[in-house]
Design a protein around this ligand. Structure first.
Ligand SMILES: [Zn+2]
Length: 431
């Protein structure tokens, strides 16, 4: 029998006591509370702007939000004066890709490159990205590490490998590997790339959806055609990851959407990326783009031979025709009051993370949505679409303090989302 040494126990006890006294003294000197004061706050719920707003942040999460008259700023809080500014929640991309692309090449799926991409998104105010495919263990590790108050990069959610097997065995094998990776979403591709490749069959994707649900995973669907969208909704998909782009959506589709409550991610800039490099795009002169652009990549994309190839590429020209259809469908879906989850499909080569999200906002406005609707789809609604509304998406108590400080009001014009003065993640200023 081991008899505890009384002297040692006592010393340990005194040691702990001293530690706790010092700790509380420390806390009194350096409060962990930050107070962001003086800004107009748009909280992402759809409520009116809060004038002269205050946000209190404690351990990376919001503890209180309201007007300067309502909220008492605790003594010792670190105060950030945001007078004349507008604060909105950090944007959420429900369909991006954080992967192995570096410049125009693939094959760099590693921690440093993933962090580089997450910081790039952050710089543009996109503070959460749902990476829908191509995700591996390094991405899973970053996701598992992100619920901390000192986070200084965009939050990442993952879908693992896209499921598109030709046989049931292949498809289920990918599904089970993804389950082992503990992905946030399963993702399937139901598309023939404008008739150029075989499409996953109804039987097969129904089986995949069923198995995903049995294992407790939600499933997102890549699609193009209206008929597939309807069948996927009937088969139980939990997310529509692209616009319907072949024909106008009809009442039957709107009804299926409405009954399922499934979100729709427009990814209009995905179409842009397929044909825009047939010429030198205007945004190659845009300082907001150039700030983070790699000049070698621009050079390569401006190569006349490459441009000619895009002009002559059948699928590029096919997707160009699909864009106006997608935009009109977005307006219909928005008018029907169905949930839209802001998404771009950025990340693959030529789909510039961060900048393309701002291009998407403008395309949504051109489709006929108003700035309030667009911003809701990119904040509170996007979070709901992903099932993370208790964590991010709105500026409400207990959510992570992920927000953007702007100098211009984005509710007047969505292009004002570019007037970023600073971006904060878990209450930390991101460079
Ligand atoms: Zn995608």
């Amino acid at each position: 029998m081991i008899i505890p040494n009384k002297e040692v126990t006592m010393r340990v006890f005194i040691g702990w006591g001293l530690y706790l006294v010092l700790l509380s003294a420390c806390n009194q000197e350096h409060s962990d509370i930050s107070a962001f004061v003086g800004a107009q706050i748009w909280d992402g719920t759809g409520s009116e702007m809060i004038p002269n707003g205050v946000i209190l942040v404690e351990n990376g999460r919001i503890s209180e939000v309201g007007t300067g008259d309502e909220i008492v700023i605790p003594p010792g809080a670190e105060v950030e004066d945001l007078s004349d500014r507008i604060v909105v929640p950090g944007l959420i991309n429900t369909h991006g890709h954080v992967g192995g692309v570096l410049g125009l090449e693939s094959g760099y799926y590693n921690r440093d490159n993933l962090i580089r991409q997450l910081r790039l998104y952050a710089g543009y105010g996109i503070t959460t990205v749902n990476s829908l495919g191509g995700d591996r263990n390094e991405g899973k590790i970053l996701r598992d590490e992100q619920d901390v108050p000192d986070l200084d990069r965009t939050r990442l959610y993952i879908a693992g490998e896209v499921i598109a097997g030709t046989t049931r065995e292949e498809a289920l094998e990918i599904l089970h590997d993804n389950a082992e990776l503990n992905v946030d979403w399963m993702k399937i591709r139901v598309d023939d790339n404008l008739g150029s490749v075989p499409k996953m069959s109804l039987d097969l994707y129904s089986a995949v959806i069923e198995r995903s649900h049995e294992l407790g995973f939600k499933l997102a669907s890549h699609l193009f055609y209206l008929e597939d969208a309807k069948n996927l909704l009937r088969a139980g998909t939990d997310f529509i990851a692209h616009s319907v782009r072949d024909v106008m959506v009809d009442e039957e589709f709107l009804d299926l959407m409405s009954r399922s409550g499934v979100c729709y991610s427009p990814t209009l800039t995905r179409e842009i990326s397929t044909f825009v490099y047939e010429n030198r795009p205007e945004f190659f002169n845009d300082p907001f783009f150039l700030e983070h652009a790699d000049r070698d990549v621009l050079e390569e994309l401006s190569d006349p031979l490459r441009q000619k190839a895009v002009r002559e590429n059948v699928s590029a020209q096919g997707y160009k025709k699909a864009l106006p259809v997608a935009m009109e469908n977005l307006k219909r879906i928005s008018d029907a009051g169905l949930p839209i989850g802001f998404g771009t499909d950025s990340g693959p080569a030529g789909r510039f993370q961060g900048f393309f999200e701002h291009m998407e906002l403008v395309l949504m406005e051109r489709s006929g949505m108003n700035p309030g609707q667009i911003l809701r789809s990119a904040t509170g609604q996007a979070a709901k679409c992903l099932g993370i509304e208790q964590e991010v998406g709105t500026l409400q108590p207990n959510r992570w303090a992920d927000f953007i400080v702007l100098t211009e009001n984005p509710l007047e014009n969505v292009r004002n989302m570019r007037s970023i003065e600073s971006v904060w993640i878990a209450g930390n200023r991101v460079d």
